[in-house]
Design a protein around this ligand. Structure first.
Ligand code: 13P
Length: 250
């Protein structure tokens, strides 16, 4: 059985005080749930939040990272820095980075290698736009992103990777993919992972769904055979809704 992972992607939101308040609220309840729980705050809050989290079960992740170890890369953050702050996860290739900041599969691939080398678990995001779905390109796009982002990754490394399927049209729009729509893509992703890394490894890789996940829809999505949790944006910014998602899974 794959453990359920619920990860909150705070994106570029919350003041420092709000961020601290949210973590304090989460910490009061996070141990009550069976699922693995992670939060990915903006970089600038990681240190403070890491200290709050201490050795509790709440896991910490970065929203992105750079692939070089150190040097003249103004504005960038290395995997070592994230690991040093206690991060276990790092989101890679989020659609906002792909579409707004021009991140390519090749860049995501380099970041995945760099993260794995420093012991961070990459959460590799894939997903089609509305236009691509309407033109029946969903599978092609998702698999192109998957193959490109995971190029050269070994079976052993794949065991440390989490995949997130986030249809771009469902992100921040309130339009959630139906459980059947999501499961169809998740099953295709798992089949592809089985071809690439073998059936056993593919069965152990967590594939999260992301896109307008909230308490009201989390259970029916995560009940699907190949959906192993959620990458949550908006609903992760309030303890009530983030914990509500976890609560519905009990
Ligand atoms: P929303 O939950 O706000 O749709 O965002 C999803 C997302 O992009 C998580 O990475």
């Amino acid at each position: 059985m794959r453990p359920i992972l619920i990860a909150g992607n705070w994106k570029m939101n919350l003041s420092r005080q709000q961020a601290i308040g949210l973590v304090e609220e989460l910490l009061l309840q996070v141990d009550h749930f069976e699922a693995e729980v992670a939060i990915c705050p903006p970089y600038v809050y990681l240190d403070t939040i890491s200290q709050k989290i201490g050795h509790t079960s709440l896991a910490l992740g970065g929203q992105d990272v750079y692939f070089e170890n150190a040097g003249a890369f103004t504005g960038e953050i290395s995997c070592e820095m994230l690991a040093d702050l206690g991060c276990q996860y790092v989101i890679l290739g989020h659609s906002e980075r792909r579409h707004i900041l021009g991140e390519t599969n090749a860049i995501v691939n380099k970041k995945a290698f760099a993260a794995l080398e420093k012991g961070l678990k990459p959460i590799v995001c894939v997903g089609e736009t509305l236009k691509q779905r309407e033109e029946n390109q969903t599978t092609d796009i998702v698999l192109e992103q998957l193959y490109g982002s995971l190029a050269g990754i070994t079976e052993k490394q794949a065991e440390q990777i989490v995949i997130a399927y986030e249809p771009v049209w469902a992100i921040g729009t309130g339009k959630v993919a139906s459980p059947e729509q999501a499961e169809e893509v998740h099953a295709t992703i798992r089949q592809t992972l089985a071809t690439k890394f073998g059936k056993v490894t593919a069965q152990n890789i967590q594939i999260l769904y992301g896109g307008s996940v909230k308490p009201e829809n989390s259970k029916e999505l995560i009940e699907q055979e190949n959906i192993d949790g959620a990458l949550v944006g908006g609903a992760s910014l309030k303890a009530e809704t983030f914990l509500g998602i976890l609560d519905r899974l009990q």
